[in-house]
Design a binder for this molecule. Structure first.
Ligand code: NAD
Length: 439
């Protein structure tokens, strides 16, 4: 695609943000947007709301906000709807999650009370530690998918939105691999008709969204739209998709630090990461099968950043270990420790210790916002299929078959910004010197 011909249809009307899951992350996101709209808070951590973008040569000093040059939906246009296994409205769910204080929630209480979750398409075999009453009758995969499609249509009608996006903010499902039904659109739809249990609930949401022309992103690490059937469907329906697993907490730190160490050609012998968290997400991840989904997504990050095949002397023998421990007293206030054994000049060893007292959902909420707005932008720019340029937001970037995912935060960032420049009708920036002939 030539950057000259990239046309973005202007945003008009309301944008409905649909979230399967009305838990810690999604309520922190929704409450935050409303609090910001009422002028009570600032959108800290959101690239689309706070970041500037340089246009032209550095010496010109033209650095408008991203949202001033790219036609992103304004926060005032956002409207919300969700599904959850529990019937708590967004206020009760946010209070239960204990991420935001009563002082933050109280002024937006009326708004949050009005967001009541629709009954979920749920199958406990995919999230073993959850059992809630707000679920659709256990009929067939086909009927559940059709019910979700009907939900999407009726929420669009009810809210008067002109368009929608869906971001999976539901629990992490167990680790699965694609099976026969995930091979093509045909086998997937046959699987729906035959009630194939290999189709997970989160895939029903992804399918329903794509069928309804609604862009979809997966914020969790399990298998979802990253299978040939749903990738093909997204292309066929002209729908943008992205994923997966929001890049927050310990992995965010990893993708900040690892590229820096590699850039300096410092070796790494071992990287041990452990953390404690006590929210519902932590409880779900206490099940080994859900943890496996998370472990795979977290572990892949260092491999692609460090390129041990190219640098065997520096990273060939690196030992990488990840632990997640459910520890209820901490709630959402996770603590993550990293011990990194590195080596430098002549092989002399050194150590780095990180103790990150982080707030998971505070880091994730602005990503949900940015992902929702970027998906909508991509859709209006007629970009269908996998949005690799959105890798910046994810731990395990969803890329096309045969493509190598990029996990280095700084390369992802450059790509994100250059894509946004193209969407704004501007030239990408190469970072070559201004005096360099032809730069
Ligand atoms: N918080 C972070 O920093 C972070 C980072 C990366 C990924 N994630 C992922 O985001 C997701 C949400 O995290 P959270 O902290 O909000 O968890 P949470 O447990 O607070 O919320 C998840 C909600 O999803 C609901 N749910 C489960 N299955 C569902 C289904 N089939 N349909 C509808 N609702 C369903 C649950 O009832 C729960 O209320 C998790 O998968 C988590 O792994 C979170």
């Amino acid at each position: 695609m030539s950057e000259k011909v990239c046309k973005v249809a202007p945003h008009r009307g309301k944008l409905l943000v649909l979230t399967p899951g009305l838990g810690a992350v999604s309520t922190t996101f929704i409450a935050g947007v409303e609090s910001i709209r009422r002028g009570l808070s600032r959108p800290i951590g959101s690239v689309t709301q706070m970041q500037t973008i340089r246009l032209g040569q550095r010496s010109v000093g033209h650095c408008p906000l991203i949202k001033e040059i790219v036609d992103l939906a304004p926060l005032d246009d956002l409207t919300f709807a969700a599904w959850d296994v529990f019937p708590d409205d967004a206020y009760d769910a946010a209070s239960r999650a204990q991420v935001l204080s009563p002082e933050t929630l109280e002024p937006v209480k009326d708004f949050l009370h009005d967001i009541k979750p629709m009954p979920a398409a749920f199958d406990q075999r995919f999230v073993k530690k959850l059992d809630g009453p707000n679920v659709k009758p256990d009929t067939s995969r086909r009927e559940l998918a059709e019910a979700l499609r009907a939900d999407i249509r009726s929420k669009i009608d009810e809210t008067g939105a002109s368009r929608a996006v869906m971001v999976w903010c539901g629990s992490t499902e167990i680790f699965t691999r694609p099976s026969g039904c995930h091979a093509t659109i045909g086998t997937f739809e046959q699987g729906l008709d035959q009630n194939d249990q290999a189709i997970s609930p989160s895939q029903l949401y992804a399918y329903a969204a794509i069928k309804e022309g609604v862009p979809f992103a997966n914020g969790a690490p399990h298998l979802n739209a990253d299978c040939p059937a749903l990738e093909q469907l997204a292309k066929q329906r002209g729908v943008a998709i992205a994923g997966k697993d929001f890049k927050t907490g310990q992995t965010l730190m990893k993708t900040i630090l690892a590229p820096g160490l590699k850039t300096r050609m410092l070796g790494i012998k071992g990287w041990f990461s452990t953390n404690i968290l006590g929210n519902r997400d932590g409880e779900v991840l206490d099940d080994p099968e859900s943890f496996k989904s998370k472990e795979v997504s977290k572990a892949g990050v260092l491999d692609t950043i460090l390129q041990k095949d190219i640098y065997p002397e520096l990273y060939g023998d690196m030992y990488h270990k990840i632990r997640i421990n459910y520890y209820p007293p901490r709630g959402d206030a996770k603590e993550g420790w990293d011990n990194i054994d590195i080596f430098g000049w002549l092989g002399y060893p050194m150590q780095i210790k990180i103790d990150f007292l982080c707030r998971d959902s505070i880091l994730a909420a602005p990503i949900v916002l940015d992902v929702a707005l970027c998906l909508d932008l991509a859709q209006r720019a007629d970009r269908s299929g996998i949005q690799e340029w959105m890798s910046f937001f994810f731990k395990a970037p969803h890329v096309a078959e045969g493509h190598v995912p990029e996990n280095d935060l700084f390369i992802q960032h450059m790509r994100l910004k250059n894509t946004l420049r193209v969407f704004a009708g501007e030239a990408p920036i190469t970072h070559l010197s201004e005096n360099f002939e032809g730069a």
